[in-house]
Design a protein around this ligand. Structure first.
Ligand code: NAD
Length: 333
């Protein structure tokens, strides 16, 4: 039996994790708090801490977890940039994640953002509800025949390329590793600069690493086709948001669809509808007619949440029994 402290719990986490844990004997204790150095003490006496994208398993939090007897950190997500993996390893804390739960969920959502932004669906929805059936300002472009640049052609990026190829887009890809599924679609692998300068739509699907932090900065934006669309469903920090705001103000960047934001920890997954948003960059982004922001929901399908819960619970069981952990995260070599 594993005692597990679940951080950043939402009602749906509890429903799906309880269902997956039924009959396993594991004891799951749910906390609404985000894991940070200040809240890590809540896990005292638990074998494992189960965390999500905006928890902060930094060195201080990990040390407190270890002091409290926690030796497993299980991310119920694919990204693990929120964990200081080398420090965890040094402390003897094992880190696992859920590398693939439904790449379809994220890929389909990325294309959904693209279409909604291109064809102004949110604006049309609001307009029609007010009885305004004018089309001014709602003109989009055919996806057919356009060039789509996919940055990071792993599981999600590979599927995005496939969906967009189905629309009749030309696909340009950028990744150190060639995905044969993408080349089979006729995607051409090119350097980042060439991808940016040739693409009408750029969609980001690389993980957040020191190399990809601010990959899309002022220089990269300057290389993009004037009026191009930028989509980010990877991690907020892959984009230098300040530079993107400038590119939107100047009209250089045509439109922006983001499901992730650099400073999202403060706001995403919370209700701020009766409070003041103090983040001026986020507030500014919300004012553009050609920007669509959603609160990190690309993963949020029944299939994905079910798979995440099952994979995490399997990791608890394997860890307890000393079985191999296929989803273990190792520090970079
Ligand atoms: P993956 O590991 O299958 O693919 C990532 C690809 O990015 C790999 O092929 C890798 O070689 C490539 N890459 C690494 N550095 C790069 C760089 N500098 N330039 C170009 N490519 C680079 O991962 P995945 O399952 O496809 O997920 C991709 C990312 O999507 C995750 O790391 C995560 O941050 C994000 N994600 C977001 C959500 C959401 O709800 N918004 C959900 C799941 C995953």
């Amino acid at each position: 039996m594993m005692r597990v402290a679940v951080f950043s719990t939402k009602p749906y986490d509890r429903t799906f994790l309880d269902a997956a844990a039924e009959g396993t004997g594991h004891e799951l204790h749910y906390f609404e708090a985000r894991l940070t150095a200040d809240t890590a003490g809540l896990a005292r006496g638990h074998d494992a801490a189960c965390i999500f994208v905006n928890d902060e398993a930094d060195a201080d939090a990990l040390r407190t977890l270890k002091e409290g007897g926690t030796t497993l950190v299980a991310c119920r997500c694919a990204g693990f940039n929120q964990v200081d993996v080398p420090v965890a390893k040094g402390l003897g804390i094992t880190v696992v994640r859920v590398p693939a739960y439904s790449p379809h969920a994220v890929a389909e959502y990325a294309v959904g953002l693209m279409l909604a932004l291109n064809r102004h669906v949110p604006r049309a929805y609001n307009r029609v509800r007010e009885g305004n059936f004018m089309l001014d300002g709602l003109m989009g472009f055919d996806m057919f025949g356009k060039t789509a640049g996919v940055v990071g052609t792993g599981k999600i990026g590979g599927l995005v390329a496939k969906i967009l190829r189905g629309f009749g887009c030309e696909i340009l890809a950028h990744d150190a590793y060639v995905n044969p599924d993408c080349t089979a679609l006729g995607a051409g692998y090119v350097g980042l600069d060439e991808l940016l300068s040739r693409s009408d739509v750029v969609s980001l699907h690389c993980p957040l690493t020191p190399e990809t932090r601010h990959l899309i900065n002022a220089r990269a934006l300057g290389l993009m086709k004037p009026g191009a669309m930028l989509i980010n469903t990877s991690r907020g920090d892959v984009i230098d948001t300040g530079a993107v705001v400038e590119a939107l103000k100047s009209g250089r960047l045509g439109s922006l669809g983001i499901d992730v934001y650099e400073e999202e920890e403060r706001y995403f997954f919370e209700d701020f509808s009766s409070r003041v948003i103090e983040d001026d960059v986020l507030a500014r982004l919300l004012t553009f007619p050609n920007v669509l922001v959603t609160g990190h929901q690309a993963f949020f399908t029944r299939e994905a949440i079910g798979n995440i819960a099952q994979t995490v619970v399997d990791s608890f069981t394997n860890y307890e029994k000393g079985l191999p952990l296929p989803n273990k995260v190792e520090p970079p070599a």
